[in-house]
Design a protein around this ligand. Structure first.
Ligand SMILES: COc1ccc(S(=O)(=O)[C@H](CC(=O)O)C(F)F)cc1
Ligand SMILES: [Zn+2]
Ligand SMILES: [Zn+2]
Length: 158
């Protein structure tokens, strides 16, 4: 959402608030951590998990009206949103809990969506390159035999 700025520090804290019931908490923790590590490798920033609401990036699963100007829309449609860097709501990343969140190929893959949203939380806008993590639309890519899978392609890029 409010985008185009950058964090003015290299160590950024994040905290996970409300979880989804679609996945075990430790799975959400690990997918969120992996999504941050994509950007840590790409940017040299350090992301540190905190358990307080004073963290820079609050990560939460929410539905419909949830206290900001961007209510979610039930299943499908908007999957998530993130505010650009800044104090308070800056960096906060919300996932629509009316989606079915998964760690695999069905539903919406939390790692893929989180990695995209955290790009926005770092101030990045969309890319026109369909291969890019910041491409505007979600696609669940089933790795085709012989072609690198979604993850390994990104892995090689960062
Ligand atoms: C690949 O990651 C995403 C793609 C598309 C979305 S979205 O369909 O929720 C998009 C929000 C966004 O680009 O972050 C839409 F405008 F709402 C979120 C994550
Ligand atoms: Zn929100
Ligand atoms: Zn986006």
């Amino acid at each position: 959402l409010i985008q185009g700025t950058r964090w003015n520090k290299n160590v950024i804290t994040y905290s996970i608030g409300r979880y989804t019931r679609d996945l075990p908490r430790y799975t959400v923790d690990s997918l969120v951590d992996s999504a941050f590590s994509v950007w840590a490798r790409a940017s040299g920033l350090t992301f540190v998990r905190s358990h307080t609401r004073s963290a820079d990036i609050m990560v939460e699963f929410l539905t419909n009206q949830h206290g900001d100007l961007y209510p979610f829309d039930g299943p499908r449609g908007t999957l998530a949103h993130a505010f650009g860097p800044g104090l308070g709501v800056g960096g906060d990343t919300h996932f629509d809990d009316d989606e079915h969140w998964t760690a695999g190929e069905t539903g919406f893959n939390l790692f893929i969506v989180a990695a995209h949203e955290f790009g926005h939380a770092l101030g990045l806008k969309h890319s026109t390159n369909p291969e890019s993590l910041m491409y505007p639309t979600y696609k669940s890519s089933r790795p085709v035999r012989g072609r690198p899978g979604y993850f390994s392609r990104y892995g090689s890029q960062y």
